[in-house]
Design a protein. Sequence first.
Length: 278
Amino acid sequence: MYNLNKFADNGVCWPLKLYNQYNVGELEKQFDKFKELSIKNFGSVVSLKPHLLSTFFDDLANDKNIIASVKQVLGENIYIWSSAFFEKAQGEGKIVSYHQDNPYWQLTTDKVVTAWVALTKSQKISGALEVVPGSHKLGIIKKLDVENARKSYLNGEKTTSENDLLSYNQNLQDYIKKNKPLALEMMPGEFSLHHVNTVHGSGINKSNHPRIGFAIRYVSSETQHFEEKSDSALHVCGKKNTYYNDELPPTKDFSVDSLNQYKLLAMKSTGVFGNKKY
C-alpha cells in the first residue's frame, strides 16, 4: 500500500476508492454501453478521450476523490489532457511493455499524473498495472527507438510487437531485471495514481475474465506540448491557460455537439496520441 502523502517519494499511490460507489458489474456495463454507441457512431470502438463523449465517463473523470487526490499532487490548476480505455480480453495475449509516459507525450513539465481506474477486477494474473516505485526520480531513463514520438504517431509508425498496446520501444528490459515491478491489484471502483516518469507496464491476461481500466491523464495548467503551438483539453479547476482550446463535457451521450467537438477538435489534440489503428 502506498500513501498519497508519500507520492513525492514513491511516484505512485494505491489503492484509493472512488467517491461514488457502484453496484457489482456496473462499471463494466457502462464500458460495454460505450462500446456499442461508439461502434454505432464511428464504426469502431473509440478508446481515447471517451470522457468527451459519455456523461458517465465524464463524471468518472471528475470523481471527487480522484480530483482531490490529483490536487494534492499537482495543485489547484488542472486540466484533463487525455483519457483512455485499456481492455485486455481473457486469453488475448495483449501486453503493455514497461515504459515511462514522458518520452511519448513530450510535455513541457512533469506536473502530470495518471489516475488508473479499475472497471473490472484487476489482478496480476489478469494483467494488472505494474509499477516500479521511486523510478520517477531518475527522470527519463532511456529514449524511445523513434526520434520524434508525435511525428511517428502521425505517420502511423509502430516499432513494438503486434501484441503490445504501445507504439514504440523504450527498451527498459535491463532496468526491469534489476528493479522488480509491483502489481497494483484492484477491485472495481478502486484507482491508483502514478507520476509521468514512473516506470510501468502490464502483462498478459491469463484469467477467465476481461481486465478493463480507464486511465485519465491530468496536467497542471502551465504544462504544454513541446512542439504544438496550441492544444485542447478539458479545464477542471483553477487558472486556465490560453494555450488550450476549451474542450466541453458532453451534456448527453454521443450528442451531435459532442460528436462534432470530438471530430473537429479533440481528435487533432496531442492527447489522442496512441489512437492509431495499426
